[in-house]
Design a protein around this ligand. Sequence first.
Ligand SMILES: [Zn+2]
Length: 110
Amino acid sequence: MGFEEVHNVVFCRNGKCRKVFRWDGQTEGGDLSEETVLPCGHRISEILFAGSCIRDGRQAINMLEYLDRNELIKPQAYDLIKKKGGRFDDGLNFTVPGEDLTEDERERLS
Ligand SMILES: [Zn+2]
């Protein structure tokens, strides 16, 4: 068989590792619990039980690229994202800031 449906996908918790694995349902190598150590040596940060979540994530990236390409993101947003510890270069190269804008920062944006 050339194709296999994807489900039970887990993301590594280590932000620098970025590995993604699919769990095969066999508990010998670990299960979908917090204690499980992945083949990369790190623990699980997030579980996607349905492969459709990957499709939804891709759609979200496509939307970000669309907004950026069509200049629908306010120009000041890029600096504010950076100021909050994130970055947005394009729809595939970004880091989500750890905190939201303050009320003052939001008002200055509009
Ligand atoms: Zn890892």
